[in-house]
Design a protein around this ligand. Sequence first.
Ligand code: PMP
Length: 310
Amino acid sequence: MEYYNENTVLYHNGKLVKASEARMDLYSQSLHYGYGVFEGIRSYKTAAGETKIFKAEEHYERLKQSALAVNLPYIWTSEELIGATYEVLAANKLQDAYIRPIIYAPANMSFARNTESFIAIEVWEMQPFLGEKLLRVMISSFQRPNPKGFKIHAKATGHYVNSLLASHEAKGEGYDEALLMDMNNFLAEGPGANLFFEKDGELFTPEPGNILTGITRATVLEICEDLHIPVTEKKCTVEDLKNADTAFFCGTAAEVVGWKSVDDYHFPLTWSESRSALIQRAYLHRVKEEDANYKSLKTEWKAGAFTTSV
Ligand code: PMP
């Protein structure tokens, strides 16, 4: 995967600079202690041909809240960072892109707080994060971090060592991705995505508390409300999941991606016939502002044109 080449430009502390020339301090507290915060955002070429950052305000508000949660000084406004992001996209001639803002700390080997932070916004063209085929998922031997030991609602760089370990383990065992439990052995989330599963036409998802409540998760909840698909947020068990008809991960990078199996349990419902698949289509219409397609999907759904197991 090539993230940048000689022509790539990124935003660095107020300026657009060449990615190949941008530098950061090797004595940074971020590198040594995993102490930074970041966002994962996508932009899409809309039905009207424009470049649109999906839920830009929500992502930059979360970046700010992540920084404040871990005591990183934060001096930017969402307005200026959204403007800068559109500039970086234009400078790199990208419309369908992945956007990675990151706030990092200065040189500091102590555990003392800093008086300043730095920012970079990088963009690149992205292939589907987890691929497009149905996923074979493994329940991880790693748990998500205990919320009493971390600010789990913050997208902090160091938290992602947990994600890497879980993903490495699953892939090493021949699976596509991991699903992690929380410290009480309830289902939590994937290394970089939230979980939903479907049973008898109803959707279920782990309740807030021990997960990062993603922006895509919120969008899926909005779509369910709009389509009148019942959805319940609750403490979910492995048994619930292994009795489900189908399941999916959702996240900015992953979008909505269906599952084939979890451990040795194969989901019985054909993905394309599930309500989850309908939500997957609705999500893509939404992010690309394909309003006419979304409307006709809704009309078809209301008319009962979709076959489900219910
Ligand atoms: N959980 C974790 C641990 C994540 O890293 C992500 C990706 N940010 C998500 C869930 C999904 O969040 P979002 O939909 O906001 O991308």
